[in-house]
Each structure stands twice: as C-alpha cells, then as structure tokens.
Unconditional design. Structure first.
Lengths: 249, 310
C-alpha cells in the first residue's frame, strides 16, 4: 500500500473511520435510514397525500434529528463502553477531530435521508419545487442537524452507556411529536402549541417549510431558538467531556 | 549515573468520593528504562496512568512530565504511546486502517510494514479488529501505541489474557523498544513479567508505594519457599521460627512461607522431633507477593485485592 496516499490529517482520518464504520455495519445503517423514510411513505405518501410537501418538511426534520441524536448519543455511549473513547482521549487526537468524525456521520445520514425523502416526495407525492428550493431545503436540514448532534453528544456523555438507546428514544419520539412534526402544531390545543414553540425541532421544521414555500416562518425567532439550544448543548457537551475526567467511565 | 528523569510524581493523591485510589505517591521514572508498576487489581495503577496522561485532573500533589511542571496534557500525549487496559477499538476497522488513523495523530510515524511485521500481524493486517483473536488484538493495540514513534510507552496490563507464547512475543517486542531507547511504564500484576522486563519495579498496593527498587532488590524481600509440614507446634510457635513470613493452617498440618527455607527448616526440626510430611517447594511468586503485601498491612483484611493467577 502506498503510504504517501494516506491522509495525515486526523480529522479526515476520523471521518474516514466513521464512514467505514457505517458502511460496514449495514445492520445499523439501513434500519436507521429506512425508519424516517418508511414513516414518510406511510403518512405523507399513502395516508395524507395532499400534504406531501408539508409532511416532507416535517418528516425530513424528524429523520435528520434522529440521525444526529442516535449517531452521536448512542454512538458515543457505545464507544465509551467499548473503551474506544478512552483510547482516543489518551491519544493525541484533537477533540475537535473526534467530534468532526462523528458530525460527518450524522450529516451524511441527514443528507441521505433528505435526498431520498425528497425523491420519494417528488415521485410519489407530486411535490414540485424549484431547483433552488430543493437545494435550500437540503441545506437547511443538513446544517440544522448541528444542534441535534450536540444534543446527542451531550446526552451520550451524560447518560450511562447501556441506558443510552432507551433514554434517547424516550426523548426523540415525544420531542418529534410535541414539535408538531407528525401533526402540525397549529392543530394542537393552546398549551401544547405554546410548548412546541419552545422546541428546536419545531423551528427547524418551520425553516424547512419556509424555504419550500409551504408556510412562512419567523427566521429570527427560529435562528434564536436553534442558536440558543446549540449553545446550551455545546456547554453541556464541554461539561460532560470534563466530567469524564473525574469518573472511571 | 542515573539516566535523566522522565516523569515525577510527588505526594500524588486521588480520591473517588470516599475511596482513596492513590495516597501520597512519590515516583520517579527515568528515561530509557522500563519501570514496572506492580500491584494487584485495585492498587491504583490505572488511576496513576490516567493522571499521568491527563485523563483525570490532579486533585492533590504534583506531576512533572518531560521536565515540565504543570504539563499540558495534549502536548505531552504527542510524545506518548498508550495501551490501556481493556481498551476496545472500532471493531469495523482493519489493523492497517487503525495504524493509519493513529499515525495521523502524531507528527511522525513508523513504517507500517515494519510494525506489522514486528507485531506478527502480516496475515491479518487487512482483517477487521473485531475478527482478531485475543492475542492478535493485544499485539495490534501494542502496534497502535508504538505507531507514533513515541519517546514513552505506557502499557497498562499489556499481556492480560494472553497465552504463554503470546506473552513472550509481546515481552520481546517491549524489550526491543527499550533497546531502541524508548522509556516504558509497564503496569502489571504479573511478578514474572516485572522481573523479566523491568529496570525498576515499583510495588503499589491500595494506593501506596510499598517498595521501589531493582527486580533483584524486590525479589530479596519476597518469600522464596513454601513449606508444608505436620507438627505439634502451635501457630504462634511456628510464626516465631526464623525467616517465617506467613503461617497458614491446612486441613492436615501447616503451610509456611519462608524467605530462607534452610534456616526455617533447621529451626523447625530442632523444635519438633516428631514432625512429619515435610515438603518444601518454591513459592510461586504471586502467592509470595500477596504474603508480602498482606504482611505490611495495617490490620485490615485484604480480600478485596485479588491477584489473578499467572
């Protein structure tokens, strides 16, 4: 093998490691990708086909959020249990590169989910958008994975490794529902509607709905909410990372 | 005449809540030497390693690495290769991919082919880590520790779970590194491993340094023989015999650990004309060592510290 061709950049190496890990575990990768696509097919394409565009935006948000939460949350927790996280931390690998590798995996999942869901929506749901709208939708949702990456990372660092999948499901599904990703929040009773407006998935979906022209959104409110949660989870991540230093985990 | 200092701990203590893992440890590691940190499970070896690597914050005491006070953990890690206890790696990456990954963390790296050859992983270099045997995994982890050509190798229980042949191969790899000038900190609970490889042995038990010295100095403090005998002498009479370090009641007769079986047996024969079934065997080192750490004990039962059989 030609060693000159091997990247000396730790971030690229960790991204490649993440890629190989995903490609080589189809038993994890395929169900994770199929889950939101299946959801969208049932609700958006079979049951409420007239709302195919609306549901494309909200279910894609749901899928992106899941990919980020699980690849970070369960991924980090598993790697803590394996001892891989400890070995990486003991190595000179920069923390940023470790996170970059994971973020790449989550963003890649987000991209695949959005693109395949969009193709399904266009083919079977008669969703018609301008090229620029398709690109904006993809861009908003892939970038919008970031706060959920940090949320998953923070949870993965704080939750006991073997409890991570259960706890994440307990957060993921209610969060998706309460954010109006399955049933639009405007059909909620007033109290639930007020709650929805505090939740980051609600705002990410609002942006997706806005760029596709389904419903105009208040961009400054959405960006403020997503930015604030990014910051909160960022701080929780930093604290969780520091906390690992004091435990045997 | 001593080689220069590589790392130094002074009054280093660490607590997990109410549990004291390290209790005022003083330690000096020198360049180019193999230092064995010897002790049973729970002695504080892993905690000490984590502190040296900056994986845990120093609670009290000082650590000096590479001559620097308050060393920056990240800057130091570039000069250190680590093999941690029970560390898993991503099962889905091949040996070769893992080497490339870890090589990217260091400014320079060793030739992969040479490393693979040294670790005898030629046949499995393109096999995923998860499909390697236990011995191959340990050798692969050793290669990962060495790939960045570190000045200092920290190896936590590198041969645990290996069969004797695999242990010897790893010993040879460690010796080769030392001969090439690498400083090595070897944590082990195998006495023979420490004796075989180390220039300096530090015995750690329940967070305290019990002994420090060359393997020969340590060996001299360790009981050398186990004597079994049936005798009418009482336990306290047996304990009073010269060189006896431990007395244990058996179903039939007694078992004694002695640092000099000739002196002990001479006294034993003089004290009891009617003794029977005298049997003398070289004490296995782990048992002997356990006796040593128990003897230094301040009254508490040490059932929590278990030595794994070699």
């Amino acid at each position: 093998m030609n060693t000159a061709a091997i990247s000396r950049n730790p971030s690229l190496q960790l991204i490649q490691a993440q890629w190989l890990n995903l490609v080589r575990t189809p038993s994890y990768t395929i169900p994770t990708l199929l889950f939101p696509l299946m959801f969208y097919s049932f609700f958006g394409l079979l049951m409420i086909r007239v709302q195919a565009l609306w549901l494309l935006c909200t279910f894609a948000t749901f899928g992106v959020m899941g990919a980020a939460l699980f690849s970070f949350g369960v991924g980090i927790a598993t790697e803590r249990a394996q001892g891989w996280m400890m070995l990486l931390r003991a190595s000179p690998a920069p923390v940023g590169a470790i996170v970059a590798g994971k973020a790449f995996g989550a963003m890649l999942f987000a991209l695949i989910i959005v693109v395949v869901m969009a193709v399904l929506g266009a083919t079977f749901g008669d969703v018609r958008l301008a090229t620029s709208q398709w690109l904006l939708l993809t861009g908003v949702l892939v970038a919008g994975a970031l706060p959920f990456c940090l949320m998953g990372l923070a949870l993965g660092l704080w939750i006991k490794p073997n409890a991570a999948p259960a706890v994440l499901n307990l957060i993921y599904l209610p969060l998706g529902f309460l954010s109006g990703l399955w049933i639009p929040a405007m059909q909620f009773p007033p109290l639930l509607q007020a709650i929805a407006e505090w939740l980051p998935p609600y705002h990410l979906a609002a942006l997706a709905l806005d760029v596709t022209g389904a419903k105009t959104a208040d961009w400054s409110a959405a960006m403020l909410n997503l930015g604030a949660f990014t910051l909160i989870f960022g701080v929780m991540t930093a604290l969780g990372w520091k906390r690992l230093d004091g435990t045997r985990g | 005449m001593n080689p220069p200092v590589l790392a130094e701990c002074r009054e280093l203590s660490y607590r997990y809540g109410a549990t004291t893992a390290l209790d005022a440890v003083d330690l000096t590691l020198r360049r180019g030497q193999v230092t064995a940190l010897l002790g049973p499970n729970g002695a504080g070896k892993s905690t000490l390693i984590h502190l040296l690597l900056g994986l845990k914050p120093v609670q009290s005491g000082t650590i000096r690495l590479f001559g620097e006070h308050a060393p920056d953990a990240r800057a130091c890690r570039v000069r250190i290769g680590t093999m941690l206890q029970a560390s898993g790696v991503q099962d889905n990456l091949t040996v070769r991919e893992l080497l490339a990954l870890f090589a990217s963390f260091y400014p320079e790296h060793a030739d992969f082919d040479e490393l693979i050859d040294e670790a005898r992983l030629d046949d499995v270099q393109h096999r995923r880590f998860g499909r390697l045997s236990g011995g191959q995994k340990q050798r692969a982890l050793f290669a990962l520790a060495a790939v960045g050509q570190p000045e200092w190798l920290i190896l936590d229980e590198p041969t645990t779970g290996l069969d004797p042949a695999a242990r010897r191969r790893l010993w040879r790899a460690i010796q080769a590194r030392r001969d090439a000038g690498t400083s090595i900190l070897l944590c082990t609970h195998y006495m023979d491993e420490a004796q075989r490889l180390a220039d300096q042995v530090v015995v750690l038990d329940r967070g305290r340094v019990l002994h420090e010295g060359t393997p020969d100095e340590i060996r001299r403090k360790v009981p050398q023989a186990r004597i079994r005998v049936r005798t009418s002498l009482t336990g306290s009479e047996l304990e009073a015999l010269p060189r006896v370090q431990q007395v244990e009641r058996l179903d039939s007769g007694w078992s004694l650990l002695s640092s000099n079986e000739v002196e002990t047996v001479r006294a034993l024969l003089a004290a009891d004309q009617d003794l029977a079934d005298l049997e003398i065997a070289a004490a296995d080192l782990e048992t002997a060592f356990l006796a040593l750490t128990e003897r230094r004990d301040t009254g508490t039962e040490s059932t929590e510290t278990q030595w794994e059989a070699a």
